[in-house]
Design a protein around this ligand. Structure first.
Ligand SMILES: [Zn+2]
Length: 270
């Protein structure tokens, strides 16, 4: 596993190995469709204000933004969708900070519903799977049925290459943030560069983790994914590389969390 030491206090970033660098509020509208998406689940387990908070955007679609203070500055995991600017304000206020204080934004994947707040934290370094970069920049298009159709209807605002600085990872990488370590594991399938992050006992599974009220937790949704079979294989292989004893909770990118268990991990492979 690669290791990267992140230290913004001294504007220092040390990268080793093959790292490639480039410059809740709950809201549940009363409709049947919305109710079926179930808003959030178990989000209270990962709330730890004033150290860390999880907020959601996009109403019941519940795209999650997780914010945490570390010795190396504030981090975000994913950046939500519609209403991300307000959600970032709300979340950072609970940490006695502001959105511009975010130093590192760890992105599970660049589907539009997880990067909405990028203009509000543009001074941060953006960490994501290297294959995800052209999709984040809008120079490549996802193959998943729903994401590709949505992009034809309305084009998502994407950064110019000069707007933000990226750290693209091509293999599992640990990031040292003072007394915290964040582990990034590559899990291609939902999108080519999908990545999950383990931080303070919480595995942020992106959309490789999916929850629906009647089916419970499962792997990536076929209609949303470039390659759902590859995503399931990636999640199965993940458990060979991650110390599952370190994982207390597993959360989807849509704010659905559960306690880690053998049963849950088996369900995510289905
Ligand atoms: Zn997605």
């Amino acid at each position: 596993m690669n290791q990267v030491i992140l230290d913004t206090l001294h504007s220092r970033l040390i990268a080793r190995s093959s790292l490639f660098m480039l410059a809740a509020r709950k809201w549940c509208p009363a409709t049947i469709l919305v109710a079926s998406l179930a808003c959030t689940r178990g989000l209270e387990w990962i709330q730890d204000a004033p150290n860390a908070v999880a907020v959601t955007t996009s109403g019941s679609w519940a795209s999650m933004i997780y914010l945490a203070r570390t010795d190396s500055g504030m981090i975000a995991i994913d950046l939500g969708w519609m209403g991300a600017a307000a959600a970032l304000q709300r979340g950072t206020r609970r940490l006695d900070a502001k959105p511009s204080d975010v130093r590192f934004a760890f992105i599970t994947h660049a589907h539009r519903d997880h990067i909405g707040g990028w203009p509000n934290v543009r001074a941060a370094r953006f960490v994501l799977g290297l294959p995800e970069l052209p999709y984040f920049m809008g120079t490549a298009q996802y193959q998943g049925l729903v994401p590709s159709s949505a992009e034809r209807v309305s084009v998502t605002e994407r950064p110019k290459s000069s707007d933000i600085a990226f750290i693209g990872i091509s293999q599992d990488t640990s990031f040292v943030l003072g007394s915290d370590t964040l582990w990034a594991f590559v899990v291609p399938g939902h999108t080519p560069g999908s990545t999950v992050y383990l931080f303070r006992g919480i595995l942020f599974g992106g959309d490789a983790v999916n929850y629906r009220p009647f089916t419970g937790f499962q792997g990536a949704r076929p209609e949303m994914s470039d390659d759902p079979a590859q995503s399931r294989a990636s999640i199965t292989a993940l458990w060979q590389r991650v110390d599952t004893l370190r994982v207390k909770f597993i959360c989807s990118a849509h704010a659905k969390c559960a306690r880690n268990s053998d049963e849950l991990r088996r369900a995510l492979a289905k």
